[in-house]
Design a protein around this ligand. Sequence first.
Ligand code: HEM
Length: 581
Amino acid sequence: MAGNTLPKRLHHAVSCRGAAAAPDKGTLKTMSPITPPSDNQSTMSTLDETPLFVFKAMREHTGGVAIVLVIFVLGVLLVKYAYETDIPKIPGIPEMPNALPFIGHLHLHAGASGRNDAAVWSDWSRKLGSDLLQVRFGNRRVVIANTFDSIKEIFVANAACTSARPRQFVFEKYVGYDLGSHSLDENFKAQRTAALRSVKTSSWDSFYPCLEREGDRLIANLAEQGRYGGTAINPLPYMQVVAMALGWSITFGKEFDANDPWLREYIDNACLITKVRGASNTWSDFVPLLRLHPRFRAMGMAGQAASIRRTEMIRDVVEDLKARVARGEEPQCVAAQVLTDVNSKLSMWNAVKCSTSMLQGGTESIPSHLTAGFGGLIQGRGPQMQEKAFAAIKETYPDGDAIEHAFNEEKVPYITALYKEILRNYVVLPFSLPHATDRDVHLKSGVVIPKGTTLYMNSEAGNHDEQIFGPNAHQFYPERWLDNPHLDNIGTVQHSSYGIGSRICPAWQIANRIMYGLLFRVILAFKLEEDPSNPPPRDYKEFGCTPDLVLNSPKTFGVRFVPRDADSLKKDVARIRAKEV
Ligand code: HEM
């Protein structure tokens, strides 16, 4: 862009100078005597004109100097712009090498290289022998915590000063901030409180019917679409529909048929919006000049179109909800709480914003984690893990009533270990969401991270920290949670896949329970098998296909959902479908 704009400006400056020179000549002419000069006069005239020529030369010379000066100043500004960062280099934290002017280290990140940022940072933090690392994203300085302990120090011990969010141009201009992207001012504090209240454990009773219904539908869909084990299918879209249906129920009290095209359209728009959430792909967040570039404008516009459509869709749902409340119904959901609570600190608009953020938060995270986890369960020791889980369910519920307890209690420790390990190993938000310091942070090492610095937690690295999880930290090994009970005491949530500290995912407990219940139901009904023609990725470092986005979505692979007991499953599916009619 600089190349286009700058020469134009210089050209303009040069033509302006040319235009300015012409009137000079005119001015000189009008100042010349009108009558033809005598010889004497002519000599005098020449003499008289001398200072005019000198003046003219000086003016031209000054014009040249001015241009040189302008170019010099522009050059200095450009160089300053090319290397300047919002926060100067922070002493005591090593910086990744090979920064380039204007873009800093962006070219080394997933937005350009396709390699997961979390893996890039882990490598450099190891090479530079430091838990912390600083990089330049364009003109923004970013500090990354790469070990479990450094994550805890910055985001838990210093939570009071590290819970802000950095500004994001693309989101601000094209989508509009939501709870996950804004600092906690009074408005967003109220939204966060409402979000936490909506999923508090005491409200879970009201979620169970919906969870059970969606669990049923999932099993029926996997059975039918996978032709009872005859065809390998990609589980992700099925998981997305379940998560979304649950999300709608929690936020707007709305129920959907899992196959409703309206729901599919909503999910597609939500995914488009996640794409423009600031990560190393949204260069225009960090390099202001690029905001004029058609490619980045197009990216923003795509997010904007999705956001507009999402708002229209939600508006219809809110109108419907209002009508239900007016009819005297009492839907259990965030938006209805606001509609019926005269003391609510949230306006209806902010309740809608809060609910939309909740929906957005759940759309891709649970489905991506579970799908990636299925990849782990169909390879290597995976089939043995499935058998262990199945046996554990049968042992806990010997009377054949297991299905009834999939969601309303968590009594099978091996299933708990399974979802914890899926969350720990396959980190779909590998660096959580960005945080920012809202005052200077003084670390134990003496390093001071200044106010206004952007922070990332390298959750993927923290979750594979050998100091905490042992030498097998890089393996998918659910038993670690049973063999090492102390792992449950190392922090609020034992891993940082939900973030950590004061901005931790408000829905982490219900998300755990949903993952537990869905795993429970799937393992009870099916043996999951690999499709040799479409196998899953072999390592957590390569499970994702969108490493340049905030959310690393799992690569597509096939799973055969083979019924454990085909006859009984067919009866179950018939029962489920009959209930839907
Ligand atoms: C396995 C499932 C999930 C994972 C791994 C996950 C992960 C995360 C992470 C990493 C953050 C950022 C935390 C931080 O900034 O430190 C977050 C924030 C958030 N999540 Fe989740 N999440 C999950 C499920 C859900 C669900 C089901 C919902 C809603 C029903 C939800 C709603 C939110 C919201 C609203 C935020 C923004 C909170 C804030 O910025 O204060 N999440 N989540």
